[in-house]
Design a protein around this ligand. Structure first.
Ligand SMILES: *[C@@H]1O[C@H](CO)[C@@H](O)[C@H](O)[C@H]1NC(C)=O
Ligand SMILES: *[C@@H]1O[C@H](CO)[C@@H](O)[C@H](O)[C@H]1NC(C)=O
Ligand SMILES: *[C@@H]1O[C@H](CO)[C@@H](O)[C@H](O)[C@H]1NC(C)=O
Ligand SMILES: *[C@@H]1O[C@H](CO)[C@@H](O)[C@H](O)[C@H]1NC(C)=O
Length: 575
């Protein structure tokens, strides 16, 4: 594996004079001048042709790297089986991100991607200059740096949205990286009327490279703490899931979970034994993480989540669907299709059950009658609990509302709903070790069956760790879900994906959308084919007009809850 990496670096070394756009300008000009001289002697036309070919070769595609993991987190926990190792490789390949060209020195800011200098263009419709519902719209983005020169390599993290404020409509686009500084944003046209393209640079490719390095080299940049107590003695120590290789000398308490194999360690208290750990809580953030130069890549008003402008019009008018086509989905076969879209503020999934509105207390309690709903995860899951507990009385368990566990009971309709946070790593107020449980273990304690609904959302506290930590956690949960579905056929499993968050320079280091994107891809891939309902929070927050927030605002939560209730009690008439 390392040889491949070294070879790649060596190759870049050999080729950098030709491939890198600017650092070797002198060399390029020399080549140009020489070739110019030679060709001038022949004729002017040939010179133009050769100039064009030189420019194209600067911007040639750079292949995706094979994912290398250098983290010291990956060897922890149980050794993966052959199948698991195979899946690991597959997942790492699925989330591979373009690497920056190798350079002798760090890129100066003025040669990094600048959303203000970058532009997109809506490509003309292929048919009669008209767009109809069911067609695909393409916008071509060309990235530039702060000096206005076109970028020649990919890896910028761009997101795209097509929307109509008048119609309260919105849909997430898909962005294709051509690996040469240009990108295509593709959108299905799902409503008639006006549709406006919005393309945002979340991070430059140079910023993503910094995040990637942090994720692998500084896996403990978010750390935790535990209080140990016995009688009158108490001590607090630091806790982490990823043991540095030189940690053998330190005295540790090993809290690796015996059932799942999930690793967890705390520094051993000086006076107390490892058995006296009484709680778990957020510890702090390692500092400093960026160099001053790197910090320039994460400036809120300059190159962090900034909109890219259109070189021409940024909106089109969409005509009704052409007559003769049957269903929209059939029509769009082969075209990229998202999970759904907003229309008049309401989320409409393109697949599966259509969403009904649950506007009042009676429609919600009727839907949930006789059900037991188990919710697990982070505060984005707790938002659903809080929303529903306005209709199902919240039972006071004398626990912190933010930490839980929480329970809501409706005796009349025989409804039980509870929420529990997932196991560490979790950035949380102190939670008692007795309440700190792994979701996989909790699932193993359920009987399941058609009256049981299991819902989980696990992502926000994993963003700062190497992806292997997340893969391992999800694998244990998936194994437990498979056992649960065998034990209690008919159990409804609902999975909520990651969502976009508000970011600044500080929060990017551990909570960037780029980390969530990678986690989200892993989640989707790992739970495919399990028959679970997937609530696409990623698209639901991207397509919506609300500013990004780790806790999406009430209109999005209502759409999510309407979606899950539509699956809990499907419309009998329709299905
Ligand atoms: C680009 O940045 C470098 C390093 O800060 C500086 O030396 C150079 O003058 C800048 N170039 C332009 C054209 O601003
Ligand atoms: C980049 O690649 C795309 C897709 O292959 C191509 O359409 C475009 O012309 C290329 N851009 C440059 C500057 O070479
Ligand atoms: C921690 O305990 C687990 C389970 O007993 C074991 O597999 C692992 O090797 C231990 N870790 C260390 C660093 O000793
Ligand atoms: C729910 O409320 C929306 C908007 O207030 C309304 O359009 C819809 O008809 C209502 N649906 C039901 C089933 O009450």
């Amino acid at each position: 594996m390392f040889t491949t990496e070294n070879e790649e670096v060596a190759n870049h070394g050999r080729l950098k004079g030709i491939i890198i756009c600017r650092s070797k300008c002198a060399l390029i000009f020399l080549i140009l001048a020489l070739s110019g001289l030679i060709f001038l002697l022949r004729n002017i036309l040939t010179l133009e042709v050769s100039l064009a070919s030189v420019i194209v070769s600067f911007c040639q595609k750079r292949p995706l790297p094979s994912y290398q993991t250098h983290t010291f987190c990956s060897h922890l926990g149980l050794k993966p089986t052959q199948d698991e190792a195979l899946e690991d490789r597959y997942l790492l390949k699925a989330i591979a991100w373009p690497k920056l060209p190798a350079r002798p020195a760090p890129v100066p800011l003025n040669q990094t991607s600048d959303p203000v200098h970058s532009l997109f263009t809506i490509l003309p419709s292929k048919v009669q200059k008209e767009w109809h519902v069911g067609d695909q719209l393409e916008a071509l983005v060309q990235m530039h740096d702060f000096q206005g020169s076109p970028k020649c390599y990919g890896g910028d993290f761009l997101v795209a949205r097509l929307h109509s404020p008048e119609l309260q409509a919105g849909v997430a686009g898909t962005v294709v990286d051509h690996l040469n500084g240009s990108y295509s944003a593709l959108f299905p046209l799902l409503w008639g009327g006006s549709a406006q393209v919005q393309i945002t640079m979340v991070h430059s490719s140079e910023a993503v490279a910094v995040l990637q390095r942090l994720r692998e080299e500084r896996p403990n940049r978010v750390f935790f703490k535990s209080l140990f107590r016995s009688g009158k003695l108490s001590e607090t120590t630091t806790c982490i899931p990823c043991l540095p290789p030189d940690s053998a000398q330190q005295s540790l308490c090993n809290y690796t979970n015996l059932h799942t194999g999930e690793p967890w360690y705390c520094l051993k208290p000086k006076l107390l034994s490892c058995d006296t750990r009484i709680n778990h809580a957020m510890g702090g953030y390692e500092k400093p993480l960026y160099t001053n130069k790197e910090a320039l890549l994460f400036q809120s008003r300059i190159n962090l989540k900034i909109v890219i402008h259109a070189s021409g019009p940024d909106r089109i008018n969409v005509l009704p669907q052409k007559i003769g086509t049957q269903s929209l989905l059939q029509f769009m076969e082969g075209v990229y299709t998202p999970a759904g879209y907003y229309y008049q503020g309401t989320w409409r999934p393109l697949y599966g059950t259509s969403v009904r509105k649950f506007n009042d207390s009676s429609s919600i309690t009727q839907c949930l009658t006789g059900k037991v709903i188990h919710m697990y995860g982070d505060s984005t899951m707790r938002q659903w609990f809080e929303y529903l507990s306005a209709f199902i009385p919240d039972f006071n368990l004398h626990r912190s509302k933010r930490v839980g566990p929480l329970m809501a009971v409706d005796f009349k309709h025989n409804i039980l709903m509870n929420y529990r946070c997932h196991g560490p790593p979790i950035r949380i107020l102190p939670v008692s070790t007795s309440e700190l449980r792994y979701v996989a273990n909790e699932l193993d304690g359920l009987a399941g069956g058609p009256d049981t609904v299991v819902v989980f959302s696990i992502w926000a506290h994993f963003t700062s760790f190497p992806i292997e930590v997340y893969i391992r956690r999800m694998r244990h949960i998936r194994q437990a879900l498979v056992r649960l579905l065998d034990r209690g056929p008919g159990t409804l499993v609902i999975i909520r994906s990651a969502n976009f968050v508000a970011m600044d320079q500080t929060t990017s280091k551990h909570s960037s959308d780029w980390f969530s994107l990678q986690i989200d891809k892993v989640l989707r891939t790992m739970f495919k084919g399990l028959g679970a309902v997937f609530v696409d929070a990623w698209e639901m927050t991207l397509a919506h007009h609300s500013p990004h927030n780790i806790h999406p605002p009430p209109p999005i939560i209502k759409n999510m809850v309407d979606l899950i209730l539509s699956h809990v009690c499907p419309d009998k008439k329709k299905s």
